[in-house]
Design a protein around this ligand. Structure first.
Ligand code: ADP
Length: 613
């Protein structure tokens, strides 16, 4: 449960605007620290090299001093006067002479004291004879260097002088004379060297294998110990009178835990100072020479310089990185914005494309619907025309039956008459009757022809048709209803030809004539006018009457099943318009100049070549 909030908190912390600065600050601090440490290490290495060089010089100086002094006992051991001095019962004058010579040699060589000891340990001659603190007459039988000289030929010991109380290195050599044996001893004191060390401002000291400081630039450090001395060892030293009552306290050195030879010196004038502690063996002895070099200012300066430089560089780097990061962030934001704008644009284009596609689809659907509706309308129109024709056929059938019955009755009477006239041999009159019969049958044939044409479906036939012929045939169809009606026929000579289906155009004109006859039926002075004219590329055919005029809903007369008559079907004008339009023309209804109705048909003229054909 706590995981998502913790992660969210972590993400929040990571996105904190101060975080990069904190990281930069940490990086700078780290760089300063590391540079300080590195510089310190390099400076220390430098210091160590210098200090090692100095230490080597000190070793060489001390060694040459000791060598110079060390050669004295060897030279003196074979001196005839000295060998004589260790004999039993020596001549006091000889001893005085030897002492005098020793004093000269000591003066010249810088040795503290030179003296000769007899076998029993008594000093017989010394460079300091006759002066206060003279060794002459003193017994040194207890001194290890004396016993070593007697037993091994030579000896050496660092010790405090029992008479002088001054520390020094005792170098002894056996003296073998004719009348006895003894030793010649040179005591070397290091005051001059110590003074030179002090003058050089350095802390230098020599320590024996036990770690006891024998020679030191700091006077207070003499006869102190590098390491704690065990109680029994301390006892032994005391018994041999090596270092008198010196407490052999430890030196005030505190090596650092980090090692590397660094140590602090406590109790000095500057207790907190850090020193580099180096040591080297002193050849020809068991001693080691130690030097403490001040770490001090040089290292600190190097460190702070390096830290300053590192801090500056790291700061610059962090600033550079910050600028780079800022630029990258701005660039990323810019890119994101551009991408968003691009995406938005694309979305808008997609939207727009979709809208266009939709609109296009809708348009296509509408076009398809329109076509379908148009096809349906045409099909319905054809159906209607056919139905109308059939209906009209039914209507006509009744009048046809009547119309045909009349010529049939006439034919019958003409035939009866002809039979009687033939019986009476009035052949010319009989022939007249027969020809009348012929004309009548012709008329009947015409009637049935119209009937057949009427019932035909749309033919799609388009041929040049003379409007004069169309009008003639139409009038023939309605001939029976014409008596009593004034017919005004205006057809120019030659009559114009139109392109279409002759019988069907006839059907149109018949229909207009029937309607006009219906309109003028029962009217005083009924009149019907049929006129043909040419107007530009078109032929115009008008059928007018002086009937009651168009009904109130004049705009609906071309609608199918619109009729104002009790026995009307309302199909005639609808079919007529279909046929006219099929032939590429128009039909319109208007009020005539004499108050009746005027129907006007316009049809395209047939080309003259077609007309001629
Ligand atoms: P119907 O003759 O069977 O009524 P039509 O389509 O031929 O069908 O005519 C539709 C209607 O148009 C008629 O009922 C009539 O009202 C009107 N009409 C047609 N011709 C004329 C005309 N010459 N004068 C007045 N009205 C007419």
């Amino acid at each position: 449960m706590s995981a998502p909030p913790r992660r969210a908190r972590l993400a929040g912390l990571l996105a904190h605007p101060l975080l990069p600065w904190l990281v930069g600050l940490a990086a700078v601090a780290l760089a300063v620290l590391a540079a300080g440490r590195l510089a310190e290490r390099a400076a220390l290495a430098d210091l160590r090299r210098t200090a090692a060089g100095t230490l080597a010089l000190h070793v060489a100086a001390l060694r040459s001093e000791m060598q110079k002094q060390g050669s004295l006992p060897l030279a003196l051991a074979t001196d005839p006067e000295i060998t004589a001095a260790v004999a039993e019962g020596p001549d006091p004058a000889l001893l005085a002479r030897v002492s005098g010579r020793l004093a000269e040699i000591a003066e010249a060589s810088g040795a503290a004291v030179i003296y000769v000891i007899r076998r029993d340990g008594t000093t017989v001659a010394a460079s300091n004879a006759g002066r206060p603190g003279s060794f002459v007459g003193e017994s040194y039988a207890f001194r290890p260097y004396f016993r070593q000289a007697l037993e091994e030929g030579s000896g050496r010991q660092f010790a405090l002088g029992t008479v002088s109380g001054r520390p020094g290195l005792y170098l002894s050599r056996r003296v073998a004379g004719a009348g006895g044996a003894g030793a010649v001893v040179v005591k070397v004191e290091f005051d001059a060297i110590e003074a030179a060390w002090r003058a050089g401002g350095e802390t230098v000291f020599a320590a024996d294998p036990r770690g006891i400081v024998l020679v030191a630039s700091e006077p207070g450090w003499r006869l102190r110990a590098l390491r704690p001395i065990a109680a029994d060892e301390r006892q032994r030293i005391r018994e041999r009178l090596e270092f008198g009552a010196a407490p052999l306290d430890p030196l005030p050195l505190h090596p650092l835990a980090s090692g590397g030879g660094l140590t602090r010196v406590a109790g000095g004038t500057d207790p907190a100072r850090l020193f580099l502690h180096l040591d080297a063996p002193l050849p020809g002895t068991e001693w080691r020479l130690h030097a403490l070099t001040r770490v001090g200012v040089a290292v600190t300066r190097e460190r702070s310089q390096a830290q300053a430089i590192a801090g500056l560089l790291a700061g610059l780097l962090v600033l550079g990185a910050a600028r780079l990061l800022g630029r990258r962030r701005r660039l990323r934001a810019h890119l994101a914005e551009a991408a968003a704008r691009h995406a938005e644009l694309e979305a808008r284009v997609r939207e727009r494309t979709q809208a266009l596609t939709d609109a296009n689809g809708q348009l296509r659907a509408e076009i398809a619907e329109r076509r379908r509706a148009e096809a349906e309308r045409q099909r319905l129109g054809r159906e209607l025309a056919h139905a109308g024709r059939l209906a009209a056929l039914g209507q006509f059938a009744a009048s046809m039956a009547h119309e045909i019955n009349q010529p049939l009755a006439a034919i019958r009477s003409y035939a009866d008459n002809a039979a009687v006239l033939i019986q009476r041999e009035r052949l010319a009159e009989a022939a007249e009757n027969f020809s009348a019969i012929g004309r009548l049958t012709e008329r009947i044939a015409g009637l049935t022809r119209q009937l057949k044409g009427f019932a035909r479906r749309a033919s799609g036939r388009r041929e040049p048709v003379s409007l004069a012929a169309v009008i003639r045939s139409s009038l023939e169809v309605v001939e029976v209803r014409l008596p009593g009606v004034a017919l005004a026929l205006t057809v120019p000579e030659p009559a114009p030809y139109v392109v279409g289906d002759g019988p069907r155009l006839e059907q149109v004109v018949v229909n207009l004539l029937q309607n006009a006859l219906d309109a003028v039926a029962g009217r005083p002075e009924p009149r019907i006018a049929v006129a043909v004219a040419t107007l530009g590329e078109k032929a115009v055919l008008e059928v007018g009457d002086n009937g009651g005029g168009l009904p109130e809903a004049a705009g609906q007369v071309f609608d199918a099943f619109f009729t104002t008559k009790t026995d009307g079907l309302g199909l005639g004008l609808a079919i007529s318009r279909g046929i006219v339009e099929e032939c590429g023309g128009t039909i319109a209804a208007a009020s005539g100049p004499e108050g009746g109705a005027l129907f006007r048909i316009e049809l395209p003229l047939a080309a003259s070549a077609e007309a001629a054909a």
